[in-house]
Ligand binder design. Sequence first.
Ligand code: SF4
Length: 341
Amino acid sequence: MLTPDTTPSDNSAARAPGQSAPLLRVNQLVKKFPVKGGLFGKVVDHVHAVSGVSFDLAAGETLGLVGESGCGKSTTGRCVLRLIEPTAGEVWFEGREMGAMNRAELRALCRQMQIVFQDPYASLNPRMTVGSIIAEPLHIHGLASSPSEFDDRVVHLLKTVGLHADHARRYPHEFSGGQRQRIGIARALAVSPRLLVCDEPVSALDVSIQAQVINLLEDLQEQFNLTYLFIAHDLSVVEHISDRVAVMYLGRIVEIAPAQELYSAPKHPYTEALLSAVPIPDPTVTRKRIVLQGDVPNPIHPPSGCHFHPRCPQASERCRNEVPLLREIAPGRQAACHLND
Ligand code: SF4
């Protein structure tokens, strides 16, 4: 049953076209964080971080998950990996529902799903050598049996991400931001995962380094048939790496489409506004900038109807009262906007 916390969607919502058995299926995912207050720290309200998110991800595919800060995209990624427990909804991996798994099964599954964090400065333990950081998951999952096997695997992983064997003896502070992100990627690859959740992996890096890391991720995907959930706040970052892009606003997916189609003809006013801020490399082409008024509303008390209506230049009375269905508007494309009815 749908609750006010979920986005109504048809059953084909956010499915990859022509896809029968996805590697990952997220179905009506909900995450609410309690807000405590008063003298006794009682729960007085909830932050509605994720409100009924559904999507599929095929093996070898990259889905870009985009939206402003606080829209719930990182929370979605963390719920998929069970780093935080969802409030409701289902996450299926290779046809098995994670909520029904016991601790041992979940632990085994963790190997298949890894994360690359946003901040390469904060995500590496400064007191450990790079070799120990990369070897840690090998130890945890018992993936090497002798010191020389550990060393060989660490050196191989360093080379795979474009670093050198002697980097294993150094500490994270001796590396640049781009190199640290490569170390984070090597650590994620150590357990031979199938799915990588890349949570804003290039946001903390200089623009000149961002392309190098994205190229590396593309090369690794081809080499290891990896599947990516690529989270970013900037549509320009996900454009080249994504097969499809899902746009999130205030806990809901508002549009999902093959990347090229979404960039050339967005079907949701929020996507249009985000795209209008993306620079076009061709100086002869101009795009009208849409400046959204106001900030993202408070997720403790999200607006009624379409969450985007207080900022939408095309909002009508219906938008204030009726939640738009995330539904198929063309083969392989879904949008949640009354304008598409
Ligand atoms: Fe704008 Fe209404 Fe569409 Fe929401 S449903 S995006 S408020 S036009």
